[in-house]
Structure formats: structure tokens, C-alpha cells
Design a protein around this ligand. Sequence first.
Ligand code: ADP
Ligand code: MG
Length: 368
Amino acid sequence: MRGRRIRRAIGGAAIAAIAILTGVGMWQTSRPAPSSAHVLSRHPRAVMGTTCLLAAVAEDSDIGERALREAEAALRRVEALMSSWLDDSEISRLNRAPLGKEVSLSDETLKVLRAARGVASASQGAFDVTCGPVIDLWRSAGESGVYPSEADLRGARAFCGWDHIELTESGAVKRTVEARVDLGGVAKGFGIDAAVEVLAEAGMLGGLVDVGGDLRCFGTDPDGGRWRVEIKNPFGEGPLAHLRVGDSAVCTSGNYARFVEIEGRRYSHIIDPRSGRPADAVPSVTVISRSAMTADMWATALSVLGEEGLDLLPTGLEALLVLGSADDFRILCTQGAQSLIEAPHPVRLVIAERGLPQTQGSMPERGE
Ligand code: ADP
Ligand code: MG
């Protein structure tokens, strides 16, 4: 009965979008949601240049609707502060600033920059938001369709690295005029965290925020259980696996969804800061963490590092990497990630033991 009430509360379009965007299973758990629960959703357009879904399980629908509007506003505020596509964002102001002039920044932007500097060090430079000059070079190459010259690449790389940007108590200072920051690999995660915090603080029983396939959920799903999240197949349509998660963020980076095309070939939008070239080796990386900001950064970092990066992954974070090609792929995951995968396990799953030799061989295929 309660299930029916919830099904009525959410529109058909919303159900379809939840299933498509995140694979969140609406009716698959046995524990019922509280009888007073309403399932509400919102699909704002053009948030961070991608699709967006906010969902809440609320005892009071008016409070729930207000919380969803405020959560959307939180996402838009983060975009307005941190997008390098918006001329008046704080990051664009920093990128245009003259040499040596301190640009004052909001606490949010400073928090993201400090976290990004920490992950640059922990990932041995694989995640580096100061790679703006190289990221811009590949973006322009995508627009012109012409592969960058060695000289251009060398030139752009010379301006990357945390030596060129100094963070102060209340802002940042460029130490090289050409230095540029790009928060494309972290701002989305930070925005998701901010939106989820709005929903949680408004007293929602559960909630989910999905921006372009990166998401965080908390509390109960519409049926009173854990949220069901789909890992997409990077080589084709449909899911590769499903995870069951509680209060968690699940962020995926890959070379299949966003790319640039140059001289008839596709290149990933993720750059390997060590070479200055697109990091195309890993088709898809999913990282699971409490914080979407952390998961977002590490998904990008592991896209650069591949399986060796698992040794650098901090405790508390779990990962699932799809390696190889459509004809010959394997799924490598940490033990913690494996425990979240819903049966039947996908074929060609290999468990990585961090810091230890990996267990070789495929998991036996379960189910039919
Ligand atoms: P998506 O936005 O598709 O979820 P990511 O989270 O991996 O993908 O972010 C990719 C974006 O991060 C790129 O478009 C670029 O703006 C930025 N970026 C690319 N390479 C790196 C890197 N090595 N370190 C930090 N940011 C990066
Ligand atoms: Mg990312």
C-alpha cells in the first residue's frame, strides 16, 4: 500500500530519469518507507553543463519541495563560484588576475583548492587542478580539430603545478602570469556535497543528488532500504553492475562520456599531468567515498594512474576500475567495493588487495 502511495507521489518522468541517470532502483527493497513518506524529485536544467537529478524522501511534501529548491540553489552557487566557463566566477577572476595580486576567494572555493592541493600530493601529481594551461590547450585543439604541437605542449606544461599558485588565508596569488586553475574534476563533487547537506539539514529521511552521473545519497531510499546505483558499461548501453549503498558518494570518470575529437580520433578530457597528454588508458573508474568531492577527485586521479593508483587510494575510499577494451576487459575492484556489488557479480571481476599482490583470476560467474 505504501509503495503505491510513493509511486503516485513521484511522476512517471521522474522515475524514468532516476532509472536512466543513476539506475537507482525504486521498488527493489523489502523494508517499507515510513507511511508518511513522500518521494519528491527535481530535474533542473543546465546545472554544471550536464544533467541533474535531486530526489528526497520527505515526511512533509512542502518542506521537501523547499529543500530540493534550496539544494538546487546550493549547486548553482558552487557553479557560479568555481566554473571556468563563467567569466565572472571566482576561478575566472583568479585566472585573469595579474601576477602577484592576491585575489580574495570565498571559503568554499578555498576549501576546494586546499583539498585539491592535498590530492595532488597524495596522487603524486595525477590529480592537479593547476593544469589549466594544458586543459585549455586540449580544449582548443578539440575546437580547431588540430593536434597541438610539441612546442605548444611544452609551453603549456611549463605553467602547470602548484609552484605557480599560492594559497593565502583568504585567497590566492598567481606566481606566474600564465598560471590557470581548472576545477572541472572537483567542483561537481563539492556541489553535490553542498546540495546533500541542504537536504539532510532540512530533515529529509533520505535523498540523492546526481549531477551528470556523479552522485551522493543518504538515508533511506523510497522503499526504506539502501540506494541502488548503476555502474554504466563504458563500452555500450546498459549497466555493468549495480551497487547498494547507504550514506555514500559514487563518482565515475571515464574516457567514454566526455572527450575531444582531433583529426578523426577521440581523446579523453582527462589529462595526464606528467605527459600533458590525454589519459586514455582506463575506460572507466568509479570511486566510492563519504564525500562526493573526494570521490570526484580520486576518480579523475585513478583515470590517470590506472591500477597502480589503487596503492595510493586513501583508506576509506573504494574503487572499481574497468580496464581493457570492449573485446577484452576486466573489472578490478577493491574488497570494499566488491562487497557493495549486488549479485549476480559481473563477469571478469578481479579483487585488488591494496598494497598486496592482487588476487588473480576471474570471480566465478554467478546467476545464470
Ligand atoms: P567528469 O566531469 O566527466 O565527471 P572528471 O570528474 O574526471 O570527469 O573531470 C574531468 C575534468 O577535470 C576535465 O574536463 C578537466 O576540466 C579537469 N581535469 C582533466 N584532467 C585533470 C587532472 N589530471 N587533474 C585535475 N583535473 C583534471
Ligand atoms: Mg572527477
